[in-house]
Design a protein around this ligand. Sequence first.
Ligand code: T4K
Length: 400
Amino acid sequence: MGAGRFVVKLSDPSSHPISRQGRKERRRGTANETRTPLYTAFPRLPAPEKLLRKVRQLLARGVLTNRGPLVHEFEKKFARSLLLQPSQAATCANATLGMELTLRALNLRGEVIVPAFTFVSTVSSIVHAGLTPVFADIDPVSLCLCPKSVESRLTAATCAVLPVHVFGRVGEVEYFEGLRQRGLKVVYDAAHAVGVQKKGASLGQYGDASVYSFHATKILMAGEGGAVVGQDEALLARVRLASNHGIEGEESVECIGTNAKMSEIHALFALHCLQHLEPMIASRVALCGAYDQALQDVDGISPLTRQAGVTQNGQYYPVLLRTPAARDALYTYLRQREIFARKYFYPPIYRLAAYRSLAKIELPVTDDISDRILCLPLHGEMTAEDVGFIVATIGNSQLC
Ligand code: T4K
């Protein structure tokens, strides 16, 4: 068999619109201006040389997946970083499957209350777990589930609530703890919340479980990946089992599972980023500070208020415009100048075609926020000078 037989012709990686090489080659504006496009997210790996050494070790070991040593090491270290016991984290292929497997492992039937102001997979994971999503409205300040709206959606069929720590903001965790006392399960979507603490407790210490994401757009990034964490170790054991097809031993399958494992390669990336998480968060929070300061001089655009007692992680930098028209005009104006802000999360899930049949409700706060929100570029490769450029461009637009 000729060596060339299996050679697959890949498209030129530098042609990907967001590739590093592509970014370097693109030039914009006048001859003096050599700024590269600015994205809402961009993966940054600290000191990749060290990572390459670890890749070589991994290849020499030959264990690439099926819960190898790096996955075990990452689970322990990630749990400790959340002030949990080393056994209180279970990795998975991504946060979407993490949420689905957690809901399945809780063995629930009926309705799950969830915000519509979130990424689509918060809601699809409920559907895939065989449960019915019921939308409740959000609070205009925290942008997380509003307790009053949740109360109005509770029925005899409600089995769980799935609040989202959107943009690393924190909702009424004390209220949700109260719901647990009333017999409901609480699973948090903590995809945006790595590193966030409230009054000295990590967000992973709340609820029956919390699910984190390590997607390429996240601060702690593995390319793809996720983890379910919490103090119910029996629940985590069921999630681990289900994520590996339910296989207990060579001749025993204990539950109907799926393949939702984190691979060793992803765990290697995740471990590397976890080791450098603190400075990574600090540099992003500093960029948020630079935005806060610079935007003070721009009318008609409001950063979200800081939450008392809650640490920031700088996962996103959302702002609110005065009107939906102003938001849309600014979004387009920035795009034309290669500043790729994103309308996270617009439209709200209940207005998406695939989910419209679920909605027979009014969500006025969700609609208002979703229509006016814009996440400005914020990632680990940006500088304060980039922030200054973005804010100056917004100011010059006269669109706010
Ligand atoms: N819950 C919440 C609240 C979430 O926000 C998410 C995911 C989840 C659950 C589910 O977590 P996972 O199952 O993914 O672990 C992106 C991400 O794909 C998604 O993970 C993320 N939320 C969501 C907010 O953003 P898109 O469709 O906006 O991605 P895309 O491809 O437009 O990328 C956004 C920006 O990131 C681009 O402007 C460039 C940059 N980027 C992206 C990728 C993929 C890079 O620089 N490198 C990359 O490799 O969904």
